[in-house]
Design a protein around this ligand. Sequence first.
Ligand code: PGA
Length: 250
Amino acid sequence: MRKPIVAGNWKMNITSAEAVQLVEELKPLVADVDGVDIVLCPPFSSLEATCKAIRDSNLLLGAQDMFWEESGAYTGEVSARMLLTSGCRYVILGHSERRAYFGETNQTVNKKLNAALGAGLVPIVCVGERQQEREAGITQKIIQDHVTGAFEGISAEQVSGVVIAYEPVWAIGTGLTATPGQAQEVHAFIRQILTGLYNSNWAQQVRIQYGGSIKPENAAVLFGQPDIDGGLVGGASLAAGSFAKIVKGV
Ligand code: PGA
């Protein structure tokens, strides 16, 4: 039985003071939620404040990215160990915005995945096709490339601890959500790829989140699909009320 996971990706929003306020609003709304991993992913600058604010709650901390080297002359970057020591347990890797604006590739995602697993973080690896790729009928090819590229050299034992987020790029921040059927189809395909790379036993253990314009109104039906194990939520995670409703849709 896979434990559902709902993560809020705050992107480049929320100062430290705003993070504390958001967490204080959210805590009582989800205090009675059991059996779901609820993860908040603030920008780096709000990690420490968020970490303090979630103490003694059922909320967990994640980061939005990291670099694969352990330390050194890499201006602007942070390492897996820095995230761990800031209280993170999770890290988002290969988000489509990082692929689109910051040169992230399947190869760099693979390096980061290795480093994150090596340090003991739980990676959330993002995969997803762009609109023109879906229209060209190559969704499966893109997903196959993203998954096989990211997981190159990752062992079966390691893969069971990884979370995958299927985020169709055309659904991110656009208000367009994949239908439950469209999302389930790709989630099942991702599990099929993992079965081929490892075996069905390992593939069944991997949690696969859906992401892309999740809202309180569509969360429950998406999360009700057999291969959808929760969500990666952008815009709707910035308000405690809507995020709590989404968490409760699991
Ligand atoms: P959205 O973002 O919920 O605002 O569409 C999702 C994401 O990018 O993780």
